[in-house]
Ligand binder design. Sequence first.
Ligand SMILES: Cc1cc2nc3c(=O)[nH]c(=O)nc-3n(C[C@H](O)[C@H](O)[C@H](O)COP(=O)(O)O)c2cc1C
Length: 217
Amino acid sequence: MTTHTSDEIGLFDAIFTTRAMRRLKPDPVPDELIRKVLEAGLCAPSGGDVQNWRFIVVKDPEIKRQLQIRYKRALDDVIERYRSNPPPPGKTEEQKARMLAAVEYLTEHFHEAPVLIVCCLVDDYARKLGLEKMSGASIYPAVQNILLAARALGLGATLTTRHLIYEKEVDQILGLPPNAETFAIIPIGYPMGRFGPVSRQPVEKVAFIDRWGNPYK
Ligand SMILES: Cc1cc2nc3c(=O)[nH]c(=O)nc-3n(C[C@H](O)[C@H](O)[C@H](O)COP(=O)(O)O)c2cc1C
């Protein structure tokens, strides 16, 4: 079993190297590391500090398999669109092909990740108020903290949402009550590959000064 537990990585090192790590070893992850990752998630802000997040740590092989079946079916539904989409901004066709291969790998092996953390909200007040853009705003900061904490502990993780294509079936598999909903499933495990820098567009391409369109220098 891998015992890479160093959490001494600096915050910016973690931010700049927290990539989607889709190839994971099936080796178990110590419970105390998952607890630490969850504690990091709980440090995130939530609207009105209501902390109405809930996390399901799925380790049961059969439940993971049931989730994988939906996750795979969802990829089958969208894969042609993924293939015909242009590469993400600033990426080459080759980089896109590598990403798609990793997406397909994770999809086939989703249930082999030692842990899936399902991130939920209960009584999402934003949804009740019809504030569509705010829905999710109280769970995704926690999701990002979880990704960063996993990185700090040498664990690979990926934010995934594709299960939402079969949301109702997933809710049933997980026994969700009617007032709860899932927003992400994060497979976590020791990565097969190495962490490396994320690659994104430069700030100048996406930031403005004062008003839309004013170049950021
Ligand atoms: C809202 C959202 C949904 C995502 N859903 C999935 C998903 O279902 N499956 C997956 O493999 N990656 C998913 N991702 C991960 C993105 O594909 C990933 O962040 C992006 O490709 C950048 O990858 P990188 O950080 O490795 O450069 C999702 C990311 C976000 C923000």
